[in-house]
Ligand binder design. Structure first.
Ligand SMILES: [Zn+2]
Length: 399
């Protein structure tokens, strides 16, 4: 059996006035996702359990069959796994975003989707200026950097993701609790280091959001999870993604990570290259997961046109070729599913159960309708404990 999982990150949404009362998925031309839905079945799964913030770290862990209540320690430790940063059980990892704050208001959690090279210069200069013992900065992709702490402080912190406070005063959401003083000190210091930084001068001149400071959040210790093989008996898995969080999950699951030239977390990503690679990897692997971040980022920018377009690109360049490839194998299954909604109206992640479509060997056709939030919700397949979906997908059972 060959398995493909395609995740259009944050694609699910609410009906929008701008789209005549349709959701972006409904408004997008998605003949391939519709084929999956109509040949197989649709349903919804709650990927963000109660008590958790909606985010890809929690939602994708759930989607892959791991209950976040048992396995989730934070977002940053997953990204540390992606970078293969060795961690001892007492080390802490923090996400260190480059963000744009203007007059105390969070304008952009991504500092205008800053480039890797620019981000690295800023982070390197901040590390030099701070010169803090026991803290290490690690570069990630674009604005997503990490801060590792190898000391004895036992943090008990409340932090907030910067993408959850768009256009809001940041003073409400500064890190609080035991050990938070040092984090606030680092964030304050970054404002000074970045204020007149050459990189920011150039960004402002060219109409890009400057990185005005770092924002620390998503902290945790290293997680300990059984591999996907140990959990589900499927040995050869492959991850294709533009973001470190997913690469980290792959490392923890015991999967290989396949890189594609030109793959980014934004709409400029190489959709066609990713689609071709996903189809090709199905020859070698039992399961291939292809994750595209672009719809999520477009939602955070409230850019509904780009969101619709990115869903159409995923359909045409990833789902299409993957379906075509799968049909050459005697037994196969495909699952298309956003990890969580990201709502254009709020520019934040939502909590509605995520709509999924699956098709393939021994998946019975039930609902005759194109893939959409509404059709998925109208089906009788509603998985409250989202981590049970993976078992259904892999084994079929009584779907
Ligand atoms: Zn997001």
């Amino acid at each position: 059996m060959k398995y493909a999982i395609i995740i259009p990150d944050g694609a699910a949404d609410e009906p929008l006035k701008e789209l005549g009362g349709k959701t972006p998925i409904e408004a997008a031309e998605t003949p391939n996702m519709d084929r999956v839905a109509m040949e197989g079945r649709q349903g919804v799964a709650r990927t963000v359990p109660e008590g958790f913030e909606s985010g890809s770290d929690v939602a994708i862990m759930t989607l892959l069959g791991y209950d976040p209540k048992v396995y989730h320690t934070g977002r940053a430790p997953l990204e540390a796994a992606a970078q293969r940063i060795p961690l001892s059980p007492t080390d802490w990892v923090f996400r260190c975003n480059l963000v744009t704050v203007v007059d105390g208001v969070m304008k952009d959690h991504s500092a205008g989707g800053i480039s890797d090279a620019e981000a690295q210069r800023l982070i390197a200069d901040l590390a030099k200026a701070l010169d803090l013992a026991r803290f290490e900065f690690h570069y990630g992709v674009s604005y997503r950097n990490l801060l590792v702490y190898r000391g004895s402080e036992d943090f008990q912190l409340t932090t907030k993701p910067p993408h959850e406070m768009p256009e809001e005063p940041v003073s409400r959401y500064l890190p609080r609790g035991k050990g938070s003083e040092i984090l606030r000190k680092i964030m304050d210091a970054s404002k000074e280091v970045f204020a007149d930084h050459e990189i920011n001068e150039v960004r402002k001149e060219t109409g890009h959001n400057p990185a005005t400071q770092v924002w620390l959040w998503g902290q945790g210790h290293a997680p300990s999870m059984p591999t996907f093989d140990q959990r589900f008996g499927i040995a050869r898995g492959c991850m294709i993604t533009g973001v470190d969080l997913l690469r980290g999950l792959a490392v923890l699951l015991g999967w290989d990570v396949h890189e594609v030239e030109g793959m980014t977390s934004f709409h400029d990503t190489n959709y066609a290259g990713q689609g071709r690679a996903t189809a090709a990897m199905l020859d070698e692997y039992d399961l291939v997961l292809s994750h595209v971040e672009a719809p999520d980022e477009a939602s955070h920018q409230a850019d509904w046109q780009t969101k619709v377009e990115s869903i159409e690109h995923i359909d045409r360049y990833v789902v299409g070729p993957v379906l075509e490839k799968l049909r050459r194998f005697p037994e196969w299954r495909v699952l298309v599913m956003p990890d969580h909604p990201t709502n254009i109206a709020t520019r934040k992640h939502g909590y509605a159960p995520s709509p999924f479509a699956m098709a393939g060997t021994r998946v019975r056709s039930v609902v005759k309708g194109p893939y959409s939030e509404r059709n998925a919700a109208a089906s009788d397949l509603r998985i409250e404990r989202g981590h049970e979906l993976m078992e259904y997908f892999l084994r079929g059972g009584n779907l």
